[in-house]
Design a protein around this ligand. Sequence first.
Ligand code: CTP
Ligand code: MG
Length: 232
Amino acid sequence: MNPSRYFALIPAAGIGARLGADVPKQYMPLAGQPMLAHVLTTFAAASVISHVFVVVSADDGYIGELMAAAPHLQGRVSVLFDGGPSRRESVLNGLQAIRPLVGDDDWMLVHDAARPGLTAGLIEHLIETLQDDPVGGLLALPVVDTLKRSDRNARVEQTVERTALWAAQTPQMFRYSLLLRALTLAEAVTDEAGAVELLGLQPRLVEGSPRNFKVTLPHDVALAEMFLKEKS
Ligand code: CTP
Ligand code: MG
């Protein structure tokens, strides 16, 4: 039997409404390159990853230029114009599109285009921890702040016990057939782990890094650039 392979699947079909830039946020320049180029370069350079798939929207007008300007991605990255109206649907469409190319037991590492701070070390750490896991799992960070639940008037209703709480990141790593089944059945989930949990399984939490945060709001841009400049 062939050993399982590792594939990256990058959903990049959003519009970045909360960031509100002139271009969809995955194409926003950060430290001299589009946000998505940082992510694709990190995965393409990781020898453990067999191939990288990026899911963009059917009318994406930016990916062609990005790929043309990045010869190091040729042959390592395939573009799928299969984005859907939600992140879940973009990932699901991507999984269906690559069906002939991957095995049921191959691992899929699903990673947000909006987390450009991912490093080779974090990919290795995730894979080393999960390669023999029966379920799979995700990078996540233990919550350090004291948490408050508010009422409608922004008054504290309750302090929430933070022990055992983690903030989910990506990559989220599950075997192809399990992930396809989970995302097909789940409708209102915001990450892959959420879909797998609905099958009654318990994904493993693997400690990530603050630098792998999701660029979401305008004030995140300066912090992302700081981390990206530190890397090079
Ligand atoms: N994504 C996607 N397809 C969608 C929506 C989101 O592939 N229909 C991707 C985004 O491109 C991003 C990742 O999912 O890489 C995480 O989503 P998020 O940070 O919410 O990005 P956006 O949806 O683009 O941002 P916003 O919610 O502010 O509009
Ligand atoms: Mg979104």
